[in-house]
Write a protein that binds this ligand. Structure first.
Ligand code: SF4
Length: 169
């Protein structure tokens, strides 16, 4: 992977989200129903170019071996395979927050299967999705200035196009 500043910042952001998940599970693991095989959240269609680039490079280098879903599964992410993410180690930021308590558009949201019967969640365990998205957008902007590949010079990259791009390279 090239030594872009944006990629280093992206790794740090992923680290922070992973730390958040660790902390959340330490306190609330018995309240979280998220499990292998549940793919209700896997409806992602597109990502920022910087995220697409990380996925692309990981596949190209052989670090990640994706299974690409055939086109006849409308509404499901192209990287989903039998209920599991086939690019799990490099899944986008938003996928790392699936089901967890996030603050977005002025309210707290989480998977209805999680936190059943609990009246409240400590605020320090609620992730601000607006802040996360702003950080990601800033990193993506830096990536824009560093990347010269036309495929990644767009506002968003559809995951289906990314999958085809990787296969045809
Ligand atoms: S990238 Fe992986 S975790 Fe994210 S929506 Fe697709 S299959 Fe699900």
């Amino acid at each position: 992977m090239p030594h872009f500043k944006s990629l280093g910042l992206y790794s740090k952001l992923i680290e922070k989200v992973n730390q958040y998940e660790e902390k959340l599970l330490e306190k609330y693991s018995s309240d979280i129903a998220c499990r292998m095989g549940c793919d209700s959240c896997c409806i992602l269609e597109s990502v920022f170019p910087v995220e697409a680039y990380v996925i692309y490079e990981s596949i190209r280098s052989g670090e990640v071996k994706p299974e690409i879903m055939s086109k006849n599964h409308p509404g499901k992410c192209v990287f989903l395979k039998q209920g599991s993410c086939s690019i799990y180690n490099v899944r986008p930021v938003i996928c790392r927050t699936h089901g967890y308590p996030v603050f977005i558009d002025g309210k707290v949201d989480f998977c209805p299967e999680n936190f059943n019967g609990r009246n409240s969640i400590d605020s320090e365990y609620i992730l601000s999705l607006d802040n996360l998205n702003s950080a990601l957008a800033s990193i993506n902007l830096i990536f824009y200035g560093e990347n010269s590949d036309d495929f990644f010079k767009r506002e968003r990259i559809p995951l289906k196009e990314l999958a085809e791009f990787v296969i045809n390279k």
